[in-house]
Design a protein around this ligand. Structure first.
Ligand code: 5AD
Ligand code: SF4
Length: 438
């Protein structure tokens, strides 16, 4: 059967979709070249904000109307449980985020009977089971050439942090670390298949611990893998920016000089209400520590605007923190109350218009900061891992530096995808650096 997976949400979802793709291919199904061609379409859903959930369920509704065999997987399924069938009565199946390995069996059940009697509304939500299939990669089951430069690798699932606004612990369940040796052998086999860069995924990867083996231990083990050029990871928490982590950076040149360090707010009052377990000052200290180690260390962040009770003064604290931290990039989100979370009991009292205004202010601050920071890199030489032709101008190629900055360059003759080149930076934009190979 030809299938297509439509993914919403974060990198965890991207990774889970890839795993499902691999599991379906292993059972003899075929990846369709586009959605129209597919008979089976799976929507991998997100529920971190209401808008994300609505988009995913709206998409599934359209697919059902188009006559596709339709399934929904991921976070929204766990939040809604059987209620998902109230919204989508003709949905064929719904599978929670820790249960995706059940999908091939469910597809078999559905497709082994004539269309007229096909079962619908099959539900497998799950609770805290250890997911199966976390290590399934399409590159392992595809025959012929497979040329992905980059691959995600799940190292932890779930989250025990319980930040007041966040639904992730409810939908992704308790924190669990994958066995150390399993991760190392997975990355080894990806490198053998030509993958040059891995990104290790978890809600809070610096907390990784498998019987005493820590995240820095994992970085050191992956550093030794032949053929692998770069190691990234996401997300981090300032409490993990320890001397032990810095010493792993020092010993492991493959580990990219970039941290995604969600700050959420710059106001100590709001941070405390959010249950983030750091102050503004502690956060800035962690950033300063990384930049003292390497002045070009890139730090990116997530921020929520319009958290209940966020005053103009709180918001200005966020603005000033963002300038002090000199974020290379930031992702701004408008607060959305999620049922069952602590903050959903508080009044969502910042108006829609005010959230939008704060969002726009932070976006334009980031644009200015991005240009300013990137301008400092003009005339420097950045080592770039080549990803392929640039999206805008195909005569230029693009790749990323260690700080995850997008670098577009010329000339491209004789350059191959997955190689590393040195690029002298000539132009700086907020999100892109432009240069030439030296
Ligand atoms: N409303 C808005 N943004 C949220 N995030 C998490 N929960 C919410 C919410 N209820 C944001 C945080 C997180 C990112 C993935 O999504 O900034 O880091
Ligand atoms: Fe990712 Fe959170 Fe959305 Fe789930 S709810 S897909 S963990 S962002």
């Amino acid at each position: 059967m030809k299938f297509h997976i439509h993914t919403y949400g974060c990198q965890m979802n991207v990774r889970d979709s890839e795993a499902v793709e691999a599991l379906l291919i292993a059972e003899g199904h075929e990846k369709a070249s586009n959605e129209e061609e597919a008979q089976l379409v799976i929507v991998n859903s997100c529920t971190v904000r209401q808008k994300a959930e609505d988009k995913a369920l709206g998409k599934a509704g359209n697919l059902i109307a188009d006559g596709k065999i339709t399934g929904v997987m991921g976070c929204a399924v766990k939040r809604l449980g059987a209620d998902i069938f109230r919204r989508l009565p003709a949905l064929h199946f719904a599978v929670g985020p820790r249960m995706f390995s059940r999908i091939p069996d469910i597809v078999e059940r559905i497709t082994s009977v004539p269309a007229a009697v096909m079962p619908r509304r099959i539900l497998e939500v799950g609770e805290n089971e250890i997911p199966k299939g976390l290590g399934a990669h399409p590159s392992a089951v595809c025959t012929g050439t497979f040329s992905d430069v980059h691959s995600f690798v799940t190292v932890m699932i779930g989250c025990d942090n319980r930040c007041s606004y966040c639904i992730v612990p409810d939908v992704r369940g308790h924190e669990w670390c994958r066995p150390f040796d399993e991760i190392v052998s997975e990355v080894k086999s990806l490198a053998e298949r030509g993958v040059k860069e891995v990104c290790l995924l978890g809600q809070s990867v610096l907390r990784y611990n498998d019987s005493g083996k820590t995240f820095p231990d994992l970085l050191r083990a992956l550093q030794e893998i032949d053929g692998l050029l770069r190691i990234r990871f996401t997300s981090a928490h300032p409490s993990g920016c320890t001397d032990e982590l810095l010493s792993a950076y020092r010993d492991c040149p493959k580990v990219c000089r970039h941290l995604h360090l969600p700050v959420q707010s710059g106001s100590n009052r709001i941070l405390s209400e959010m249950g983030r377990r750091y102050t503004r000052e502690e956060y800035l200290k962690a950033v300063a520590k990384m930049r003292a180690f390497d002045p070009q260390f890139a730090v990116t962040t997530d921020v929520i605007v319009g958290y209940p009770g966020e005053s103009e003064e709180d918001f200005e604290m966020t603005r000033s923190l963002m300038d002090e931290a000199l974020f290379d990039n930031s992702f701004i989100f408008k607060y959305s109350p999620r049922p069952g979370t602590k903050s959903s009991l508080m009044e969502d009292d910042v108006s829609k218009e005010e959230k939008e205004r704060r969002n726009q202010v932070l976006l334009s601050d980031q644009e200015r900061r991005g240009i300013e920071l990137n301008s400092r890199l003009i005339n420097s030489v950045r080592r770039v891992l080549v990803e392929g032709p640039s999206k805008r101008k195909s005569e230029r190629w693009s790749g990323r530096d260690s700080g995850n900055r997008i670098v577009v360059f010329e000339p491209c003759e004789g350059i191959s995808v997955g190689s590393e080149v040195d690029v002298k930076i000539l132009e700086a934009h907020a999100q892109v650096l432009v240069g030439e190979i030296v």
